[in-house]
Design a protein. Structure first.
Lengths: 265, 256
């Protein structure tokens, strides 16, 4: 049957097929990587000191960035809703929408993106440099498992740190909206807080926590996967870092959409 | 330690083939190394010297063929088994591959602690002893690798490789990137360590001076196969045109 297929046609199929197979192969590699990390995470030896160090690195040292992001966003949100809402005289919905917007959507997503920019890049660069300078091979020949020693602590710390940081960011964001509403827009403090409390629901907080944990997993996975696959010297490390950040960004936004749709259907 | 039968080679490679994509890097490597022997593999850049080492260490898995250490198969060995076999190995990486996030003493003792902070005082003494063996003093214990010169880093890496007292040490281009004097110091150091510790050594290098000084026996890797091996004294009259061209460093000859 091949003769009825002109060569150019076959070439066209090949041109479509190759990247498709490439995508599936990559998906498979990432899944294998994640599964390996999971298995190694629950089997000894464990490295609690490494985990604690990563918790500091990912959580504590990201707090300034996360706090600033949250306070700016919360305040801007309040102003936007006030101005937009005044067109149909709904400015009293400011506290409600600040709570919804921050907790359900902006808190998790912005923290996820900020931490991805800060941490996924650092993970990829560090592991990538270790790969190209043969430090990962050295680790193996010194009978230490790179997954347990380097990757599991990073991924676990990201999964645990992100929810905590999102809760902090949500609080700071709501406070940012509150401060702007009281001091610039002239809201009444007591009624603003009362409305806030009324619209702050456990379901929304759970959603924020789940989103944050998923984003943390994505950050750790993309940082470690891209870093440990680095090849080709300094340029390779640069590429791994870029790939880690870009893929983490896209996966965070995509999974945010999926979780939101599934949870609010 | 398992009882090893007489006459079993320390390391034996049989028809080892390794491909990367369409490119065949190792095309049936055969090599046998006896206990206590020091062998050098010479060959041009990209001929698969490092790949050969990594196949023995289990860092790469050959596509076919067999690698045995004391008669035990490395290819396809499971995690725990491989880890046990690796206790016999020490490896000096080309660039040192020191962990740059750790002070020198933790680097040197990493093979003993596996990165844990246990028995710190004792480990510092162990680090000191091993640094002394490679001619370094205790004043660098708390420094970071990037605070040392290239030659010192190589010595620290050597101290790290010998600290767990391995039975076999691999040297990946031990003199690359060092000036001739420092290179010779490293050669002397390797020779004396191999003799003192009674280890089996496998060196890969394209430095002929180093190969002749370190090894009793030399094997030449070309196009993914061992095309010649013999005692080091025969290196310059091997009768093999490829070896002749390589050891004399000529641009014209069978190797293009």
């Amino acid at each position: 049957m091949t003769e009825s297929f002109p060569a150019s046609m076959l070439a066209a199929f090949a041109a479509i097929g190759r990247p498709v197979i490439g995508v599936f192969a990559m998906f498979g590699r990432i899944m294998t990587f994640a599964f390996t990390a999971l298995v190694r995470a629950v089997t000894p030896p464990y490295y609690p000191a490494r985990f604690a160090a990563q918790l500091m690195e990912i959580g504590w040292y990201s707090l300034p960035v996360v706090g600033l992001t949250a306070i700016f966003t919360g305040s801007a949100l309040a102003q936007q809703i006030y101005t937009g809402g005044s067109r149909f005289d709904a400015s009293s919905t400011v506290p409600a929408i600040v709570v919804f917007g921050m907790v359900r959507e902006l808190g998790p997503v912005l923290v996820g993106l900020m931490v991805a920019g800060r941490v996924a890049s650092a993970m990829a660069a560090e592991l990538g440099t270790m790969r190209v300078t043969e430090q990962l091979d050295a680790l193996t020949t010194l009978r230490t498992d790179a997954f347990r020693y380097l990757i599991v602590p990073r991924m676990a710390a990201a999964v645990i740190a992100l929810p905590v940081m999102v809760l902090i960011a949500n609080s700071i964001g709501i406070m940012g909206g509150y401060l702007l509403a009281i001091y610039k827009l002239g809201f009444n403090s007591a009624s603003y807080l009362a409305t806030t409390r009324k619209f702050l629901q456990a379901d929304d907080i759970w959603m924020a926590v789940i989103k944050a944990a998923v984003f943390g997993f994505i950050i750790g996975l993309m940082g470690c996967y891209n870093g440990s696959r680095t090849a080709g010297g300094a340029a390779g490390v640069g590429k791994a870092t870029t790939d880690a950040v870009v893929s983490a960004f896209i996966l965070i936004l995509f999974s945010d959409l999926v979780i939101t749709i599934v949870a609010l259907k | 330690m398992a009882e090893v039968a007489k006459g079993v080679p320390k390391i034996k490679l049989t028809e080892v083939v390794k491909r990367f994509g369409d490119k065949t890097v190792l095309d049936g490597v055969n090599l046998s190394i006896e206990p206590g022997e020091s062998v050098a593999i010479i060959g041009g850049s990209g001929t698969g010297k490092s790949v050969t080492l990594k196949c023995i260490l289990g860092l790469l898995k050959p596509d076919s063929g067999s690698v045995t250490v004391d008669g035990e198969e490395v290819v396809g060995a499971r995690g725990r088994e491989m880890s046990r076999i690796r206790t016999k190995f020490g490896m000096l990486f080309q660039g040192g591959a020191l962990f740059d996030s750790m002070p020198i003493w933790r680097n040197v003792t990493f093979g003993l602690t596996q990165g844990r902070m246990t028995d710190t005082a004792h480990m510092r003494r162990v680090a000191e002893e091993n640094l002394e063996r490679v001619g370094l003093k205790a004043d660098i214990l708390n420094l970071r690798p990037n605070e040392l010169s290239g030659g010192m880093q190589k010595r620290v890496a050597l101290a790290r490789a010998i600290a767990p007292r391995p039975e076999i040490i691999f040297f990946d281009e031990p003199t690359t990137g060092l000036d001739p004097i420092r290179a010779d110091m490293i050669n002397d150091l390797i020779t004396s360590l191999v003799n003192d510790l009674g280890v089996t050594a496998l060196t890969i290098t394209h430095d002929m001076v180093s190969a002749r000084k370190i090894a009793n026996r030399v094997a030449m890797l070309y196009n993914g196969r061992i095309i010649w091996h013999g005692p080091r004294d025969r290196l310059y009259d091997s009768g093999n045109p490829y070896v002749d061209q390589f050891v004399q460093g000529r641009a014209d000859g069978p190797i293009r």
